[in-house]
Design a protein. Structure first.
Length: 240
């Protein structure tokens, strides 16, 4: 390969741009990984501290309720407190899941997607289906996190921007590449959405840079029916 001639201005500019782009890609990947670690730690703290405290309060309330008169305002108030605590526990559970999906860490990407996709569809009132391999592939934890983030971003965009009524999440592994596809029946992406990056596409651009850092790629295009196809590919040969 011919080295660029420093005396040639165009070659030197191209070299500097390429070096700067690679540096920024590495920096974005490092920042995103640190962000993921912070989210994981916060989710753990919510589970270990707030979650256990709320469960203990529920048990104490149940014991107190047993000693209250069958009729009266005290038992009615206890029932209201029980309902309130149950709501707080459920909110805490949802916050933990949004911050970090423990199934990814303990059961793998396949289990995390199998839970995420139908739950998202039920919550948003859209038809959401996951097509998954029988077993998890040979991807690293970093690859699994990134593929899951791609699925989450694709689902959010399908519901928030595409106004889709149906979305499919497909995970493939051919032994050399891992490919995650999110396909919806919505209005489709704007032209060159990743490059122009309107407010709703910045998360996708960050995902693209993280994919590039791992030697992969992220694309966003239109399907034959007009909806969006978000696709991330990552090379498995880079998995240590």
């Amino acid at each position: 390969m011919t080295e660029p001639d420093p005396s040639h201005p165009d070659q030197e500019i191209e070299r500097q741009v390429a070096a700067r782009t690679a540096e920024l890609t590495d920096m974005l990947a490092w920042l995103a990984d640190g962000w993921d670690q912070e989210r994981r730690q916060l989710a753990r703290q919510l589970h270990d501290s707030l979650g256990s405290s709320m469960t203990a309060l529920t048990m104490h309330l149940a014991l107190l309720t047993q000693n209250l008169p069958a009729d009266g305002k005290a038992r009615e108030r206890a029932a209201q407190m029980k309902t309130l605590l149950a709501g707080i526990i459920e909110t805490n559970r949802k916050m933990q899941l949004e911050l970090w999906n423990d199934k990814l860490e303990f059961l793998g990407l396949r289990a995390a997607l199998a839970e995420l996709v139908p739950a998202f569809g039920a919550e948003r009132g859209i038809q959401a289906r996951a097509s998954l391999p029988e077993d998890d592939g040979a991807w690293s934890r970093e690859h699994g996190v990134l593929l899951l983030r791609c699925a989450e971003e694709g689902l959010r965009n399908a519901a928030a921007h595409a106004r889709a009524t149906r979305v499919d999440v497909i995970l493939d592994d051919d032994g050399e590449m891992a490919m995650l596809t999110v396909r919806d029946d919505g209005v489709g992406p704007c032209d060159d959405a990743l490059a122009r990056a309107p407010a709703g596409c910045r998360g996708l651009r960050l995902l693209r840079e993280r994919a590039r850092h791992l030697g992969g790629n992220l694309t966003l295009g239109r399907s034959e029916t007009g909806g969006a196809i978000l696709q991330m590919t990552l090379p498995l040969q880079m998995v240590a």
